[in-house]
Ligand binder design. Sequence first.
Ligand code: GCU
Length: 670
Amino acid sequence: VADDGYRLWLKYDRVADASRLAQYRAAAQFVAASGGDAVLTTAAAELQRGLQGLLGQAVPRLAAPASTKRGILLAIDPSANVSGSSASRDGYQISAQGKNLVVKGRSGAGVLYGVFALLRQLQTGQSVANLSLTSSPRIQYRLLNHWDNPNGTVERGYAGSSIWKWNELPQRLDPRYTDYARANASIGINGVAINNVNASARYLTAEYLDKVKALAGVMRPYGIRVYLSVFWAAPKVIGGLKTADPLDPQVQQWWKAKTDEIYRAIPDFGGFLVKANSEGEPGPQDYGRNHADGANMLATALGTHDGIVMWRAFVYKAGSDDRFKQAYEEFKPLDGKFSPKVLVQVKNGPIDFQAREPFHPLFGAMPQTPLVLEVQITQEYLGMATHLVYLAPMFKECLDADTQTKGPGSTVARVVDGSLDQHRLSGIAGVANIGTDRNWTGHPMGQANWYAFGRLAWDYTLPSAAIAKEWTQMTLTREPKAVATIVELMDRSRDVYVRYTTPLGLHHIMGQNIHYGPEPWLAQAGRPDWTAVYYHKADSLGLGFNRTATGSNALALYSAGVQQQWGNPTTCPLNYLLWFHHVGWKQPLRTGRTLWNELVTRYYTGADSVTWMQQRWASVQPAVDPALHADVAARLAIQRREALWWRDACVLYFQTFSKQPIPAPFAPPT
Ligand code: GCU
């Protein structure tokens, strides 16, 4: 049977290695779990399901361990000894106890995460003899953000329609919802904001809340809470009020009543995600109020309910000299003004999910406010669902970046996990790449980005390659040489993409609106900061955006240590060079090449690396499902063609400014 990708990394195919199979069969003759906790029950059922597939035989569930057989015990133990963040109720511990294996969780969810960790051991062929594993998430709120609309479309979605079938809810629950919840729980995701940040007010109507309630009922046994993106002007649009001013008592009362109504239907509702006064969305500024006024009003409406407000900092306006600075300028002054239930959600970089951005200057700059890191799993600016780009290295580049705001080691990860500034709340959000395509993500390899997001949200210290390896083993093949080849290909793919699209710190030179393909010549759009020339600033002298003190001075938003390194073009990492400097075409760089020659070299070698990726992929053909292999190979062929498109469009366009020849060995034969 062709592998259609539906089962993701939860395939549970029978273990091929005979000695491993024998070991697993001996160790797992029963599953024992007592108590009626709903998530614990899910954990037991998932373990039985996994074992049945992997061992090729049914494994019974017992209320108590069998004395004569070896099996797996599941138990909730709030004082279980877990490594990592000891405050987390999601931690688990797996250990051998006598002849049995015991999976303890600090909550039902902890047991479920432990079960998935145990299944992962089996799926990747590890020994379970004397198994001892313990883990606890570093970040508390680990969310997917769906940009799904009521009409079934997905903003920046490339894998079909929305998986939520609003016309069928609440009566019919598509089985896919359960498989979605399983996949999320298997990687530790514990919350989903189900609708687009460009939100429809409709979700807050009684009609839709009934549907949301039904979805929450599917998610709950998997330890997943549901969140809603809210339309700021909902009190006007569906509440019949004249205003949405957060300081208006009637508006406050409306949100309070609405929130209570939600919690009556969904007692474990997670809270609100808000995009306000951004890209035309309404917000508190429409009434002369600020973001804190708006966020705090919603926090007050939440009252004693166990929910949070995630208020997005993705804001920019027409007419500024540098969009880079705007979120900082609006939000930094509000540090310390947010209620304890509010987290400010910040994109990884200052512009908008470009293939490579420096870390957002708000990280480290708002010590009194918990900040949620928002990354994009859907590949809006990274080749959508046709280019193979493994995103873990990009997520980690941001998490590992050192803000230096409290001395060396003040990484973005430590801002986000709350440890740098001792915050009680911590969160991370990934914009989902999921749709109704049979394989969920359009590009079969896009599944790895969903997977990697969850694994890093749980533990950002995991190496990208290690995550790629376990995903590959569970999803594609267990053949060691093929695994190594695929992991190498994945791990290099993001750098390859950057080289053939936006090398050396170029950014925002993609096709207008669609955000696909090159359009560096774009000079006319709705406003200057939607063009490309605003960002690359190519002229007869050179290329790049001067953000030093002699330019927009956006660099001044960073700590002194960062400014010192990035402010000097000779010490600024080449990957960020044109983010901060306007560099002369003939300026020699550290590589020994001039800027122009380095630029051309990167475009050409980047495009050639796609050929390398094609060759590597071809070499694993015998080890991978034929249909899936052919699918990825065909997408790589598109990627190769489009890498040439990017290369030629950009090199030829920039050449009209540099007036330099294309250097050997790339120059076309004359
Ligand atoms: C990007 C994207 C929009 C989205 C916005 C956001 O600009 O293109 O579609 O709405 O980000 O994050 O709010």
